[in-house]
Structures are given as structure tokens and as C-alpha cells.
Design a protein around this ligand. Structure first.
Ligand code: NAP
Length: 215
């Protein structure tokens, strides 16, 4: 599969490495695709890996991963070009974190909207699936949680697209997913993340995730 990763931070780089290691042809996007960091990423990534602009990367991908700063999502979609994303699966990893109040982390959207919904509205012909936004980049591929790997929380409007994402999750070492429904569920997947940060601060580590348990 040709995979376009729209974002070159820790998430984009980790998922890019993951897809390339599973034999996919990965292009990762940045406003500066020839930056030292990305040249290094390309050198160190095993498999087919290249870098490009947001537009080149959106055109390259048969499936896309949105991995930009939450506040830059609108701009990244504009740079990528919605027609280049129409009809494609977009795995949306983004969070609407607002750190303008210092340590009192908040969200810049909500509670009746989300980045997942905004992406789906901006590219109505795409199949947006919210995924990976609730887990740390270090655990996204080949997760290793003490006590066993949890199921990923996902949501989206297109059933076939969600099925495809569950297949990708299994390729990456996850047991599967709990699908919480339509893309409106992104409101609540995104809302768990400030809590995830508070828990991380309390534990003094950043490799944790929430697990659903039942009797
Ligand atoms: N870090 C994690 O462990 C983690 C876990 C789960 C979810 N998330 C979410 O995943 C997303 C990516 O996180 P991250 O930590 O990998 O990276 P990040 O620092 O949040 O985002 C980096 C990307 O955003 C782009 N960007 C920033 N400002 C921009 C602007 N004004 N215009 C266009 N593009 C801009 C950068 O483009 P350039 O390459 O051009 O600089 C870069 O590709 C975030 O929404 C985050 O909340 C993060």
C-alpha cells in the first residue's frame, strides 16, 4: 500500500517507520521535507520511505495518516489539497490540546465538536477514522504494555474504513479495537487526552494508556 503521512513529528515518524517496516511505501510530509531531521528519519527507516510536501504526500497515499499539530489541522488540509484526499481513508491521530493556560491543559474545541469531525466536514468524500490519538507515539507500533496490550479506541462513519484500520492495528501488534461509533465519538476520544497527561504527570512516565475492563 502507498501510505501518505501528513505530519512529521513524533507520531508521523513512528507510524511512518511502522508502515515501512510492514512493507508499505511511505511518504512523510513537512513544510520542509529536506530538513535534517527528515533526512535522518529517511536514512534510519527500513523499507520504502521518502519525504515530500503536504500536497505531494496527499497525492502519494492510497491511505493517509493525519499527524499534525491540532491547531495546524486546517492549514495542513489546505496545503494537502482536499481533492487529493477525496475517497481515501484518513487515519486521524490529532488532538485539540490547548496549553495556553500553562499547566492547566484544556481543549480548543468542544464539547459538541472535534478535530475528527472538522476533518470529515472539510473533506466530505474522505473516510475519516479517529485512531491512535489516545496512545503515546512510543507505543503506536509494536505496543508493549505491562499486563497486555489494550484494544484501541476508534470511531468513524465508514464501516469498511474502520475494518481496514483494525487490520492495520493488528499488523502493528494491537489485539484490535473498540469501535465507539460515528465520527462524533472523536469528541470523547479527544477529551480523554488531557486526563492522559494528568495521569502521566502523576506516574512520572509517558508510556501508559487507558484500558476498558469489564466483569
Ligand atoms: N506525541 C504523541 O505521543 C501523540 C500521541 C497521540 C496523539 N498525538 C497527536 O498527534 C498529532 C501529532 O503530534 P506530534 O507530537 O507528532 O507532532 P506535533 O508537534 O503536534 O505536529 C508536528 C507537525 O505539525 C505540523 N505543523 C505545525 N504547525 C504547522 C503550521 N502552522 N502549518 C502547517 N503545519 C504545521 C508540522 O509541520 P512541519 O513538518 O512543516 O514543521 C509537523 O509536521 C498532534 O495533534 C498530537 O496531539 C500525539
Amino acid at each position: 500500500m502507498k501510505v501518505g503521512i501528513l505530519g512529521s513529528g513524533e507520531v508521523g515518524q513512528a507510524l511512518g517507520r511502522g508502515f515501512a517496516s510492514r512493507g508499505h511505501d511511505v511518504k512523510i510530509a513537512s513544510r520542509n521535507p529536506k530538513s535534517e531531521a527528515l533526512v535522518m528519519w529517511q536514512k534510519q527507516t527500513k523499507g520504502k520511505a521518502s519525504t515530500g510536501t503536504f500536497e505531494e504526500t496527499a497525492k502519494h497515499g492510497e491511505i493517509l495518516v493525519l499527524a499534525s499539530l491540532g491547531r495546524a489541522v486546517e492549514e495542513v488540509l489546505r496545503l494537502a489539497g482536499p481533492p487529493n484526499m477525496a475517497g481515501k481513508l484518513i487515519i486521524d491521530t490529532t488532538n485539540a490540546l490547548d496549553d495556553s493556560q500553562g499547566s492547566n491543559l484544556g481543549l480548543f474545541i468542544g464539547p459538541n465538536d472535534s478535530l475528527g469531525e472538522r476533518v470529515q466536514r472539510r473533506v466530505p468524500e474522505a473516510k475519516v477514522v479517529k485512531c491512535f490519538n489516545t496512545v503515546p507515539n512510543t507505543q503506536m507500533v509494536d505496543p508493549k504494555f505491562a499486563g497486555g496490550n489494550p484494544e484501541m479506541l476508534i470511531c468513524g462513519d465508514d464501516e469498511a474504513a474502520k475494518k481496514k484500520v483494525v487490520g492495520i492495528l493488528k499488523e502493528f501488534g494491537w489485539p484490535g479495537a473498540i469501535d465507539v461509533g460515528g465520527i462524533e465519538g472523536a469528541r470523547w476520544l479527544e477529551a480523554t487526552v488531557p486526563l492522559w497527561v494528568l495521569v502521566g504527570k502523576r506516574l512520572g512516565r509517558w508510556d501508559h494508556a487507558f484500558r476498558v475492563v469489564h466483569g
